[in-house]
Design a protein around this ligand. Structure first.
Ligand code: SF4
Length: 389
């Protein structure tokens, strides 16, 4: 349990993110925490590198709508200060807080407050940096088989650290083992899931901006979640952290691990049959739908090739043709509108339908929208490509 949010033991997978502000700048930090919470983040981690960061934690906690986790590196005193301030969880890195007495003191403080500790290793933090001889041996092994040796190092680092926790009879622990490599993340978490019976926090670290980091984050975390591995997730981007939460939420909804609470937008990819500016329509309706808090399924289709059959799976759908579109609501043809009116009409019908759902007059459609591949168009040389299967 992290500040009322259940973790592990069959609890829903929760979303975590991290502020990118200087924690000691209270107003900016609280503003970002609220933005993350509003986007659907269940708990927020803040960095506390300095005493001035832990000093403002009471003010942040007082204003935060979600549990706060203190991310501690190098200085165990920051952990003690954060625990005293009332944070809901601590993150420790075995790679930089190693002293047994210091770890014992953090464990004792967490026990007293009844809060969990995440023990998180990273690919970069398990490599030996001080003992030259040990480092040379390690490098040799890493050169011969980097992946399996790195995973062994991460598991061993967790095993060593967990011995301290076992000796303290403290089991309120979450584990993580992050890497920048998607396959390594999958293999590392599978290994620690086999080795430890503890909740796992999933993450692929240093993924880059959303444009380049999204695929490897979703590929690795999605694979693990679909195997039933993972209790909390953080997608990390070099960007506004709100994008981390948006993508984490979409990942969980797509895998059926979280119920949607907002509209789901389905749109055709467009092809040579398109006769309206569908890309703009999709972008515009997406913005407008953001204000609706009912999980209505809205489909925007570029033509009628796939027929009204697909519209039966969506709650509200538009099929565009040359300069006009036909709007369907749960499979029933509602109206034909010009391209100029399409955005407003689609939005209006969605709002009307959402209100009817809220009043209990209709129920949401739960069948899937199946979008069949379009008939192949002839190439410039007249040949017909094989249909996509
Ligand atoms: S055939 Fe499919 S992809 Fe092409 S415009 Fe029609 S709905 Fe869109």
């Amino acid at each position: 349990m992290v500040g009322g949010v259940p973790i592990g033991g069959g609890a829903p997978v929760s979303i975590q993110s991290m502020t990118s502000t200087y924690t000691y700048e209270v107003d900016a930090t609280v503003r970002q925490i609220r933005q993350l919470a509003e986007a659907g983040c269940d708990m927020v981690r803040v960095a506390v590198p300095d005493k001035r960061d832990t000093a403002v934690l009471p003010a942040i906690l007082e204003q935060s709508p979600v549990p706060i986790i203190a991310d501690v590196h190098f200085h165990f005193e920051r952990a003690l200060e954060a625990i005293k301030a009332g944070v809901h969880k601590i993150r420790l890195n075995p790679g930089n807080i190693k002293d047994r007495k210091q770890v014992d003191r953090v464990i004792a403080a967490c026990r007293e407050r009844g809060i969990p500790i995440r023990v998180g290793v990273n690919e970069g933090s398990v490599v030996e940096r001080q003992n030259k001889e040990a480092r040379a041996t390690q490098q040799e092994a890493l050169t011969s088989d980097y992946g399996s040796h790195m995973i062994r190092l991460m598991v061993e680092a967790l095993e060593d650290y967990m011995r301290i926790f076992d000796e303290n009879v403290f089991h309120d622990v979450v584990l993580s083992a992050k890497s920048i490599d998607a396959t390594m993340v999958i293999d590392a978490y599978r290994a620690i899931s086999d080795r430890f019976d503890l909740p796992l926090h999933l993450g692929l670290t240093h993924a880059g901006p959303p444009e380049t980091g999204r695929i490897r984050s979703i590929a690795s975390l999605g694979s693990l979640l679909s195997m039933g591995v993972g209790d909390t997730i953080r997608i990390s981007y070099a960007s506004d952290p709100v994008h981390e939460v948006e993508d984490a939420k979409e990942l969980l909804c797509s895998l059926g691990l979280r119920n949607r609470v907002e509209p789901e937008l389905i749109a055709c990819p467009t092809c040579g049959r398109i006769e309206i500016d569908l890309i703009k329509l999709v972008a515009d309706i997406r913005m407008k739908l953001a204000g609706i808090k009912t999980p209505v399924k809205v489909a925007v289709m570029g033509c009628v090739v796939n027929g009204p059959g697909e519209a039966e799976g969506a709650d509200v759908a538009v099929f565009a043709g040359k300069g006009k579109g036909i709007i369907y609501v749960q499979g029933e043809r509602k109206r034909t509108v010009s391209e100029a009116d399409m955005l407003d009409a689609l939005y209006e019908e969605t709002v009307v339908f959402a209100r009817r759902v809220e009043r209990g007059e209709v129920t949401l459609s739960h069948s899937r929208v199946t979008i069949a591949p379009p008939d192949p168009l002839p190439r410039s040389d007249g040949s017909i490509p094989l249909p996509i299967r």
